[in-house]
Design a protein around this ligand. Sequence first.
Ligand SMILES: Nc1nc2c(ncn2[C@@H]2O[C@H](COP(=O)(O)OP(=O)(O)OP(=O)(O)O)[C@@H](O)[C@H]2O)c(=O)[nH]1
Length: 261
Amino acid sequence: MFDNLKPECRAYLKSLLLEWHAKMKTEEKISTNTSRVRIVVLGMISVGKSALTVRYLTRRYIGEYRSNTDLLYRQTVTINNSPVEVEIIDVSGETRDSSFPIEQVQWADGCIIVYSITDRQSFQYAVEALENLQKLRSVASVPVTLLGNKADLEHLREVEENEGRGAALRNSCQFYEVSVAENSADLYQAFETLLNETRGQVGSKSRKFSVTKMIGTLIGGGNSKGQGQQAGGTVVVCHKSDLHRNRVLKRRQNFTATASL
Ligand SMILES: Nc1nc2c(ncn2[C@@H]2O[C@H](COP(=O)(O)OP(=O)(O)OP(=O)(O)O)[C@@H](O)[C@H]2O)c(=O)[nH]1
C-alpha cells in the first residue's frame, strides 16, 4: 500500500507509527497498573475540609487556607503497595448555592463528610448530608466516611464522640475523630480505608472512558490557568458545570452497564 511512496516518506511514516505504538503501549500500561478513584469531601464552612485534604496529600498542615471555590486535587498515591490515582474534590462551604452538593456527590466514587467537634451546627449539617447520601445509596452504592475534626480543641467540644459514632452506625459508614492540626494517624487510616473500599467498587465497574481525562479536557488539563503543583500532584479550580457534564456522562455509562446485564 505504501509501495508508491518515496523511501524517505516511508521511513518517516514508519518512525511515526513506531512512536505511536510506543505511546499506546505506555498508556495501556498506565491504565492497567493504576486504578482511579474519585472522592468528594463535604461539610460546612470552616470544618477543615481543605486542611484535611492537603494534610492527606502532602503530610503538611496549612493553618489558613481560604478558598471560595471548589478545588480538584489529583495525585497518585500508594495503597497496599499498588498505585492509585486519586481525585479529590474539596467542596467549598462558601460558594455552595444549595444545602447539598448533588453534582459533586454524583461525580464521586466515595465520600468523606467532615464536621467540627466544636460546632454543633456542622454536625447537624453532616447528619443531614449522611441522610441524603443514604437515599442516593439506594440507587448507587457509594462508600462514606464520617469525620469529626478538631479533636485537639477538647475544651471547646460541642459534639460528643458517641454522637458521631451513633450517626455513622445508623447510616452504615466508617467513623473517625481526628485532628488535622495534630496530624492524627487516624486521618490517614480514614482515607486509606475509604480508598480501599472505593477502589474495590470502582474495579468491579467497567469504565468505558477516562473521567480524569475528560475533566482535564474540560478544565484545561495540566496547562490550565490557576493550576499549581502540590507535592507531585495537581490542584485545579473546579467548576460545577464541568461536573455536571461528567454526571450526565456517568449516568449514561451506568445506563449502558445496566442495559448490558
Ligand atoms: N484547632 C484546629 N484547627 C483546625 C483543624 N483543622 C482545620 N483547622 C482550622 O480551621 C479553619 C478552617 O479550615 P479549612 O480547611 O479552611 O476549612 P474548610 O472546611 O475547607 O472551609 P471552607 O473551604 O471555607 O468551606 C482554619 O483556620 C484551619 O486552620 C484542626 O484539626 N484543629
